[in-house]
Design a protein around this ligand. Structure first.
Ligand SMILES: [Cu+2]
Length: 58
C-alpha cells in the first residue's frame, strides 16, 4: 500500500463489506480504521475484503 490509489481501493473494498459503516485508511501508518456493526461484520470479513482487493492485511 503506497499511494492514494491504493487507499481508495482498500477503502472501497472494506466499505462494501456488509455491516461496515465507515473505513478510513491511513497511508503513512498503513492502518485501516473500520467502524462496523458487531454481528454483521467482523475482522475476518474485513481482512478478506482487503485480500480480495489485492493487499495483505497485517
Ligand atoms: Cu497505489
Amino acid at each position: 500500500m503506497s499511494c492514494g490509489h491504493c487507499v481508495m481501493r482498500v477503502k472501497k473494498a472494506v466499505e462494501t463489506v456488509e455491516g461496515v459503516q465507515k473505513a478510513d485508511v491511513d497511508l503513512q501508518n498503513k492502518q485501516v480504521a473500520v467502524e462496523y456493526h458487531d454481528g454483521k461484520a467482523n475482522l475476518e470479513k474485513v481482512k478478506a475484503a482487503i485480500r480480495e482487493a489485492g493487499y495483505e492485511p497485517l
